[in-house]
Design a protein around this ligand. Structure first.
Ligand code: GLU
Length: 277
């Protein structure tokens, strides 16, 4: 690794959009593992804490788009099925059940802050250039202009097999580019990218990644317990989005106050920051 890609301290990473009269636009992706307990049930306490922090970010003037996983994990705990379902049936059934619960909870939690939320369910084909792409972008624009917080997920009921996004990391990267975000924050259950296994005390967190840096030797290919993503897909998304001129942060959504700390005391907490091209 080149020396300038690692520094023990972060520079203040999260920009404001100067001269545009508004705060900076953030896309925050919350992974299934962050929202799910070990037994597979939804972690409402953590969800509520993250909602508090998103509300705080909005109060600070940031525009926020949430990309939330968790539909399939949520639906799984809602229903006991006494016969075998194939993978596609499971995904369809549990996402259909779980998305209702997920968005219902977000609705209730954000209502405490008088923040209206809107649901955006999307598909890979909506990101091809053309009418659907334009409509989707226009929809999220009008939501933001009217103070509505978009909560995005893949439409898991109809996106199956080859029609699927790799995972919600890929989806959030596409949303960040579509909406000209300043920063994409990928919240998962580890602190960022390390120079070895995160549990190995010899491993060091890579704090800053300059554009064009190849970290592939440090990326593990194993996947997370409940979501479809893993560090490999986060890294692929992060480099793509960084090349589009957007900051990307990989941080641990299981840490208390992570979102506020990223903005208030970035030097004191672990995360990996991909600097924009
Ligand atoms: N869309 C899926 C869900 O809400 C998650 C996909 C992923 O894990 O990235 O359950």
């Amino acid at each position: 690794m080149e020396k300038d890609t690692y520094s023990p301290k972060h520079s203040t990473p999260l920009p404001t959009r100067e001269g545009q009269g508004g705060g900076s636009r953030l896309v925050i992706k919350i992974g299934s593992n962050v929202l799910t307990r070990k037994d597979g049930k939804l972690d409402v306490t953590r969800m509520s804490a993250l909602v508090d922090q998103v509300a705080w970010l909005r109060q600070q003037g940031y525009e926020v788009i949430l990309v939330s996983s968790g539909a399939v994990a949520c639906g799984r705990s809602e229903l006991k099925v006494d016969h075998a379902l194939d993978t596609v049936e499971q995904r369809q059934l549990f996402s259909a059940l779980g998305q209702v619960k997920l968005i219902g909870l977000y609705y209730d939690l954000f209502r405490e802050f008088n923040i209206p939320v809107g649901q955006v369910l999307t598909m890979k084909e909506n990101f091809e250039p053309g009418e659907q792409y334009d409509n989707q972008r226009a929809c999220m624009r009008v939501m933001l202009e009217n103070g509505v917080l978009p909560i995005v997920n893949e439409n898991d009921t109809v996106c199956v097999t080859e029609l699927m996004f790799t995972d919600n990391d890929e989806l959030s990267g596409l949303i960040a580019q579509m909406m000209n975000a300043d920063t994409l924050i990928l919240l998962s259950n580890i602190d960022g990218i390390f120079t070895g296994h995160p549990d190995d005390p010899q491993s060091q967190l890579i704090r800053t990644v300059a554009p064009g840096t190849d970290l592939s030797t440090y990326i593990r290919t194993e996947k997370s317990a409940f979501g479809r993503g893993g560090m490999h897909s986060k890294y692929t998304t992060a480099t793509r989005v960084q090349a589009a001129g957007i900051n990307v942060i990989i941080a641990n959504g299981e840490r208390d106050d992570i979102l506020c700390d990223l903005f208030q005391r970035p030097d004191q907490i672990p995360f990996t920051h991909f600097l924009p091209q």
